[in-house]
Write a protein that binds this ligand. Sequence first.
Ligand code: NG6
Ligand code: CA
Length: 505
Amino acid sequence: MKTTSFFFLLGICLSCTVVVAQQKPNIVLIYADDLGYGDISCNGATKIHTPNIDRIAKEGLQFTNAHASSSTCTPSRYSLLTGAYAWRKTGTGIAPGDAALLIPTDRVTLPGVLQKAGYKTGVVGKWHLGLGPKGGPDWNGDIKPGPLEIGFSYSFLLPATGDRVPCVYVENHRIVGLDPADPIQVSYKGPVGNDPTGKEHPELLKMKYSHGHDQTIVNGVSRIGYMSGGKSARWVDEEMADVLTGKVNQFIEASKSGPFFVYFSTHDIHVPRLPNSRFAGKSGMGPRGDAILQLDWCVGEVTKTLDRLGLTDKTLVIISSDNGPVVDDGYQDDAVTKLNGHKPAGPLRGGKYSAFDAGTRVPFIVRWPGKVKPGTSDALVSQVDLLASFAALTGQSLDKTEARDSFNMINTFLGKSKKSREYVIEHALNGTLSLLQNSWKYIEPSNGQAFMPEVKIETGYTPQPQLYDLKTDLGETKNLVGQYPEIVTKLSALLNAIREKEGTN
Ligand code: NG6
Ligand code: CA
């Protein structure tokens, strides 16, 4: 190539980069809880219909090989927001409801990056990343540090999960509707106050537990952890989807001049599954299916708001999930008996908690009308890359030690390229790491139960290494370790090198 044409081409490439870098679409990230790859009709479900999610998929780009970082909530969200794998830092497993904020306030974060680029940044819904200083939050005072100290300008939260106390909403630094004359007390060590527990008073329950979840009863459902007081502030599970969706829509309305980022972290379809009466009984699959319908409704309501405000074309919408599916996660809600042949994980093996692919391979849909060409992408991608990708999209550079596991994959997320990530790491409940590269999946050896009887999930934990070729064996049934020892050596060496990568936790 002649030098002049080389520089001409270089010029074109650079100007493309600049065009991408200067775009500041609004960003709506709808992050479902425990939604499996096969739980939505656009991913092949036939027993349940999700028209609003399907609409986003039809108008957008649907990924078939996108991963959460972990097969449980807290570590997936930690890595989504920090661009670093949670397993690099101790204490980032499933957090109790009184945990301190897990993300140090001096860290670069996904909302922080967007805030620096001029975005209004909001989070609504499940948090589960701890709140307050070491020792936990002051529930009756200012609850901080929290989202507002790590890059969000507005927050409306379930502090942990729907099945963990305290069962109250926290807006910015305060519990909503708390009566100072009835202070709230929270403990994960032992009972506080006189509220009945599920263990002692099962006759008071409207939904019985199947395992765990036998502590303080709130709204007829016993939870993990103990609480007392705060009666006027307690949430009603059946109203939660409406409350959260309303807050998201208010935030969008108030930020419509843009750009804004909203992280809508739904409670659905996590346990306890108590959908609104509009959805109860409607799926024919029991509360788990009804919660999927409710989630789909939430997506529809947000979509309508974007349409009404004329923001649809200016908004990048992403729908995904924090980990794979579980059917019985601790309540007797008919999810198992009414499954009716539905396959929450689609063709994948395992589920929530596991090292098999259903643990982390989740729905992932990107819509940006006029910018993202509708279709499907088989590129291997990970949610850990959203931070660096949004930094690139908004024209910002990151220090090399920050967000060390997050790569700029914006062209793949926007469908401009089919390029896969060089590798993806999956992290399971017992700490097992797996490495995906091309069509290979390597699961490192680990100790732990191969089958979790309460949740009836195959974990993929074995003392021997495992190697699967997902191109020919998506269901991870034939361990090829004996046939390809050189691939095993290569992938385990790569995994170790990644494990040792330097950077800030
Ligand atoms: C488990 C809970 C489960 C769920 C999970 C966290 C029991 C027996 N099981 O310990 O119900 O809350 O933690 O789910 O307590 S996650 O999606 O937030 O990671
Ligand atoms: Ca989850």
